[in-house]
Ligand binder design. Sequence first.
Ligand code: FES
Ligand SMILES: [Fe+2]
Length: 344
Amino acid sequence: MNFPMNIWYQAAWAEEIVNDKPLARTIAGVPLVLFRDENGNVAALHDVCPHRFAPLSRGKVEDGIISCGYHGLAFNGSGKCINNLHGPTPKVGTRAFPVAERHEAIWVWPGNAELADPAKIRDLSFLDNTPETAKFRGYMPTKANFQLLSDNILDLSHANSLHLESLGGIQPGFKMEARELDEGVEVTWTAKNVEPNGLTRAAMSEYSLVDQYLHCSWRPAGLLILDGGAKMPGSDEFLEMTRAFHSMTPETDTTSHYFFAVTRITDLENTDVTEAVKKLTYQAFYNEDKPMIEAQQERMGTAEFWSLRPALLAIDNGAVRARRKLDKIVAAEHAGDLTAAAAE
Ligand code: FES
Ligand SMILES: [Fe+2]
């Protein structure tokens, strides 16, 4: 498995874990069942009953207790068996994983529980602070490795070929700069005096020429914040238009959970603009990115990315830096340095 284990992964949006429904989700190769315990806190248990290994997620949740759907053993949010319908309660349990609810999302730590510090969860308070009228969230399971999804956001030049009709392209005059920090990778694209792309037009329909910028900030393992903005030529004031969160969680080596949230910065009450941005985003993600990236994974099969000797272009600068950083974290973990990712 080519991903770190000692790191927080987004496992769900908070609203996906409702009171009486277990949610089965494999995170970083670990099958989990997520549900809310008797206090309403989310529990993340290994989705395997210790009796005959049935998935607990096929059972039911009542008053914060999950019962196995096969012979009825019941477990609390710590994974401890607390009831046996057919006799004395056995001293057994299933592993509970560290879990945190923050920024409208559920975060799970699949590695060594002693290293799990919720303070290391990326600050996404902009999601909390944006009113519902100016944001939307989505979840798009994708049959591709999570790094192919990160590459897609770190190299937005693909918009010129793939998203011309929806979001619009990155104008050929765009200048790209990639920067590596201790904690991640930052990529900026800027273009002056260009026609607004589709997304900009949705928010600034009255301008025929603008200065555009995009800024992408990546943190391991696959968390990206993408800012989009524009400036009217002749004005010094940048108008920040959207701030999006792209969250790529590995399910297996070749499948991923893609969570996304888009927020708007101005004219917050205007649900028409939110709807227009949402429509373009869903068109781009579901009908353009997803089929292309899944087809890409199909051609790559299960081969390791670098073993295929990909042609490297200047536009890959940010994505390659992010991949190398992640490779280092995984290598350190495999070498026994369990704090490698935790320290990032
Ligand atoms: S397999 Fe779960 S109670 Fe038997
Ligand atoms: Fe895309």
